[in-house]
Design a protein around this ligand. Structure first.
Ligand SMILES: [Zn+2]
Length: 375
């Protein structure tokens, strides 16, 4: 992992490189971020930079033996600690610590170093509970860092989500920060620094990441997804500078696009007083499963919300994806103000009926009729 692999964050990369070049790196650094700004890849890239003997132009070389091991996350002097919990295979009596999840960690991180806490828990199969960094972990950390460096250079410990440390673990880590082993760097990557005990925070150099720059984030999204630069800028904008958030939003909009056709059929049928179109609409949607029916209603509620905001003359805050702008704007100009409340009511009734297992044909024939009468 090089700085080049971290999306945006130009300023902080420059600061870190300069600090390393001038030999001013403290033994403990706390990186604070909102999920998706890239603090974890940044911390790894920084360790790689400090370790690389051939760095130039503000980045590690990417090709020397050290860089290669950092890229594959197999450098013996790079240690990680992250929240874990007991799973089906690693039961509580085995005292779960990060090392027992090392291969899962490497696997997910080489695929996506912008992983979220929830993605991590899902990956190790504990999605219904939170992980912790416990006292066994802290004891292991102390032992590891007291050993000599394997490669004779610097040692690194990256603690991901230190806010998940319990009190006992935090006290042990504090001792380590008070008497740091030689040539050892501890990087804490936190999304909630206010939940870390202040005595730890006060011993760290603090770097607060800003949202990823729109330009770089858009470029990354254009590369990852099949979208236009205009769409990429839109998603980068509403993600608040978070790559992981932008990915989720784009994924959701893909799902949304499948509801576009039935909604267009319904609205066209109502506007042109074409009952056949409305019957087609409800027969088709009634054949799908409850989850899709529910998602269709939610999509249509969101459509109405966007149309209403556009009608109110503030399209810039409607968060309408570029691909749907034309459609939503067209209907925003056609729908009567009185329609919105009736439409909301009809959709909320339909949602309640879906939950009550009412016959699907009845639900959507009723929805079609209500739209027909109100539009
Ligand atoms: Zn290198």
């Amino acid at each position: 992992m090089q700085f080049a692999g971290v999306v945006g964050q130009r300023k902080i990369k420059r600061q870190l490189a300069a600090m390393a070049d001038e030999g001013r790196v403290g033994h403990a650094i706390l990186f604070c971020e909102e999920p998706g700004y890239g603090a974890l890849p940044l911390a790894i890239a920084f360790a790689s930079y400090l370790s690389c003997p051939s760095k130039s132009g503000g980045d590690s070389c990417g090709t020397c033996p050290s860089c290669n091991k950092f890229r594959k996350l197999i450098h013996p002097d790079l240690h990680f600690a992250m929240p874990v919990s007991s799973t089906k295979t690693i039961t509580a009596d085995k005292k779960p610590v990060s090392d027992l999840f090392a291969s899962e960690w490497r696997e997910i991180l080489t695929e996506n170093c912008y992983l979220t806490e929830q993605e991590w828990y899902e990956h190790i199969g504990i999605e219904n509970k939170s992980g912790i960094i416990g006292v066994n972990e802290a004891a292991l950390i102390s032992r590891k860092l007291s050993l000599r460096s394997f490669e004779g250079g610097k040692k690194f410990l990256i603690i991901w989500l230190p806010e998940r440390m319990n009190q006992e673990a935090a006290n042990k880590l504090l001792k380590l920060l008070e008497e740091p082993p030689q040539e050892t760097f501890i990087f804490l990557v936190s999304e909630a620094p206010e939940r870390i005990i202040s005595t730890i925070v006060s011993r760290c150099q603090i770097f607060k990441l800003s949202p990823t720059e729109t330009e770089e984030l858009s470029a990354e999204l254009t590369e990852e997804f099949d979208i236009t630069p205009e769409e990429a800028r839109f998603w980068a904008g509403i993600s608040g500078g978070s790559l992981s958030r932008a990915r989720v939003l784009i994924g959701e909009s893909d799902k949304e696009s499948e509801f576009f056709k039935p909604l267009a059929t319904l609205l066209d049928g109502c506007a042109s007083r074409d009952l056949m179109k409305i019957i087609n609409f409800w027969e088709e949607i009634a054949q799908t499963g409850r989850e899709r029916q529910r998602a269709f209603c939610e999509y249509t509620l969101e459509f109405l919300r966007r149309a209403l905001i556009i009608q109110a003359g503030t399209p810039e805050i409607s968060n309408t994806p570029p691909a749907q702008k034309e459609f939503v704007t067209y209907w925003a100009n056609r729908l009567k103000p009185a329609f919105f409340i009736k439409g909301y009511d009809a959709l909320n009734n339909a949602l309640a009926d879906i939950d009550r297992n009412v016959n699907s044909k009845y639900i959507f024939a009723d929805l079609g009729n209500r739209f027909f009468l109100s539009l």
